[in-house]
Design a protein. Structure first.
Length: 284
């Protein structure tokens, strides 16, 4: 979606002159709690250079013109405001800069909240951290604070305190990740996957729905091994739905595990394995 969202304001002008009426929750898509205007500006002194955490605003050049730069941390767009009948919607967590004010510019800004300095982000690097911070669904239970930027963890997921998860991962609903698990960057873990202690998942791995990892070859109720065997899924590997991975196994780079396979031994790089027990069908 474009960062530039222009709102047409109701104009009731006639041959006597212009008239624009602004009403909360009607011509403006929020309740107006604050307004301010900028005037007597200089074309060589830009303004803005901040973002708001929650505040939404609409900017209207009621006279003259100015150029806005909007930035959501991934994309930048520019627009020139020069009409009193059109407003620019500025969403929360949008970095804004105003440049090239005309000599007669009067810029009106309408906001959906009162002034709150704590709502401002005035440092661009801090802004990038804020917009790229991990998304953690309110219905999940995430205890770890070692989660990379742009990672998404969805509802009914449980992540233990010592788990390490990289950047740009997608942890789908109904998953569980125990302590002593390391997950790299750009990893997808689909629903119904439980990742037990001792599992390492490297970058760019896909884990299909219902995949079963194990870490104890001889499980017995209330009897635990001195240590859990280590399982490693190397970079670029893909594991199909409902596959079972026995403990102490290495799945090589870019390997492909077929759906429903039961993997009982190491899988070479680029291998395609299927069946119960899994065997090498070919190579990628």
């Amino acid at each position: 979606m474009s960062l530039v969202q222009l709102v047409d304001l109701p104009s009731f002008g006639d041959d006597r002159g212009g008239l624009v009426a602004i009403e909360s929750n009607r011509s403006i898509p929020f309740e107006i709690k604050r307004l301010y205007y900028i005037f007597n500006t200089s074309d060589n002194k830009p303004r803005g250079f901040h973002a708001h955490i929650d505040l939404k605003q609409i900017a209207v050049c009621v006279k003259g013109s100015c150029r806005f730069i909007l930035d959501d941390g991934l994309h930048k767009e520019e627009v020139v405001l020069n009409s009193p009948t059109q407003g620019l919607m500025i969403e929360s967590l949008t970095w804004r800069e105003m440049h090239d004010f005309s000599e007669d510019c009067v810029l009106l800004v309408l906001a959906n909240g009162y002034y709150d300095e704590d709502d401002y982000i005035r440092d661009y690097d801090q802004f990038l951290k804020e917009v790229n911070k991990p998304f953690i669904h309110s219905l999940s239970d995430v205890q770890s604070n070692q989660i990379g930027q742009n990672t998404r963890i969805w509802q009914y997921s449980v992540v233990f305190k010592k788990v390490q998860i990289g950047e740009n991962c997608n942890i789908c609903a109904h998953t569980l990740i125990e302590n002593d698990v390391k997950i790299g960057n750009n990893v997808t873990i689909k629903s119904g996957v439980y990742v037990w202690e001792g599992v390492t998942i490297e970058d760019n791995v896909f884990i299909g729905p219902g995949v079963s990892f194990t870490n104890d070859k001889k499980p017995s109720s209330k009897q635990y091994p001195k240590y859990f065997e280590k399982t490693i899924v190397e970079q670029g590997a893909s594991i199909g739905a409902n596959a079972t991975i026995l403990p102490g196994i290495k799945i090589g780079r870019n390997a492909l595990i077929g759906a429903g396979a039961v993997v009982t031994k190491d899988v070479p790089e680029n291998a395609i394995v299927i069946g119960v027990p899994a065997y090498i069908k070919g190579y990628k």
